[in-house]
Design a protein around this ligand. Structure first.
Ligand SMILES: C[S@@+](CC[C@H](N)C(=O)[O-])C[C@H]1O[C@@H](n2cnc3c(N)ncnc32)[C@H](O)[C@@H]1O
Length: 345
């Protein structure tokens, strides 16, 4: 299948971030000043502003699936928090190595490298397919010129290194090592956000393997994956009263955008440790990543929306993806040697 010239799915995520950014500071989980430029809205900006957050979220619910915007927003916030924490200087007595590199795989229209408060010495690397990355760079340059962004944003964007690469075809570690500034021994925080479902399971495993070779001790990894039950038993993957059939609309959208879902993994067994779940075992077997958490959107709902009075009811809670936080470690999550990947085509 030919690579898309830009990514419709990446635009969808940017749209979700733009919708969330309309909320007042005390109510929003994410503020992405570049999301509007990245989203490629066809609707005039003035009309978008008039329509307001509630209406735009309701339109998204109808066109994608209920709770899609909130799922993307919770995912963004979880990844943001992990990246900021990983790069922050350590507190006295804290046993952690601050990461000095941020590696964003399948970056799409993610603006994390420009908008997060991470120390200036942290180097940022973005990887995506050449055509998508070219579109992102053009849009980002336009957005920054138009908005004359703050000094922080301008200097942050200047430190981003763009690596155009199809991860299903080329070796990631070779591409990173070929870049003179990249240090494969440095503690690195890696994000694999909204990417695994677009790659065959074997390519995901190979990428994790490459990451193991291209990151130093103390590295961290945050990833998302599609819950395999979306394909096999959608109702089981959803909250009570959620219209499970609506999930098929999201997969169909990806298919139409020429970005079909190729892989998914079942969640860990109820009450089981993250490292024991199929994705946790994949991480352990490829690159020796130790999964610390493997969370559902339900857990993200409690962590992020509930404390600010925005708890999503089960009937609107989209749970098609899960989020995993892992550390680079030799323990290998208990020495499992199985992939556990379910490839759904
Ligand atoms: C749903 S978007 C997510 C973008 C971004 N991570 C975010 O969350 O906003 C998926 C991204 O993965 C990229 N992608 C898909 N397959 C890829 C591959 N084989 N190699 C590199 N990037 C890929 C797409 O181009 C797209 O930008």
């Amino acid at each position: 299948m030919a690579a898309p010239t830009t990514s419709g799915t990446a635009r969808g995520v940017a749209k979700a971030r733009d919708i969330e950014s309309m909320l007042p500071p005390e109510l929003r989980l994410v503020d992405d000043p570049y999301a509007a430029a990245m989203a490629g809205w066809r609707t005039p900006r003035w009309l978008l502003r008039c329509s307001g957050h509630g209406l735009r979220q309701a339109i998204s619910d109808a066109l994608t699936c209920p709770g899609y915007v909130q799922l993307m927003v919770a995912r963004t916030r979880l990844f943001d928090d992990e990246v900021v924490r990983a790069c922050a200087p350590t507190a006295p007595g804290e046993a952690r190595t601050p990461c000095t590199q941020l590696l964003i795989l399948g970056a799409g229209f993610c603006t994390r490298g420009s908008r997060l408060p991470i120390p200036p010495h942290v180097r940022v690397y973005e990887v995506d397919q050449p055509s998508v990355q070219a579109a992102k760079r053009r849009l980002m340059a336009e957005a920054q010129r138009a908005a004359r962004k703050s000094e922080r944003a301008a200097s942050a964007s200047g430190r981003i290194v763009y690596l155009p690469l199809d991860l299903s075809e080329a070796a990631l570690d070779a591409a990173l090592r070929a870049h003179p500034g990249y240090d494969p021994a440095a503690p690195t925080v890696v994000t694999v956000e909204g990417l695994t479902q677009y790659m065959p399971a074997e390519a995901v495993a190979a990428t994790l393997e490459a990451l193991g070779r291209a990151t130093g001790p103390g590295s961290r990894l945050v990833a998302s994956y599609v819950d395999a039950r979306v394909h096999t038993d959608p109702a089981a993957a959803c909250g009570e009263g959620y219209p499970a059939h609506a999930l098929a609309r999201v997969a169909a959208f990806a298919e139409r955008a020429n970005e079909p879902w190729l892989s998914s993994w079942p969640p860990p067994p109820p009450g089981g440790r993250a490292a024991m779940g199929p994705f946790g075992r994949l991480l352990a077997a490829h690159g020796r990543w130790r999964a610390e958490r493997d969370e559902s959107a339900g857990e993200a709902n409690e962590a992020f929306f509930a404390p600010i009075g925005r708890r999503i009811p089960p009937s609107s809670l989209c749970m098609m993806e899960r989020f995993v936080v892992a550390a680079k470690g030799d323990s290998g999550g208990g020495g499992f040697g199985l992939d556990g990947g379910d490839t759904t085509e």
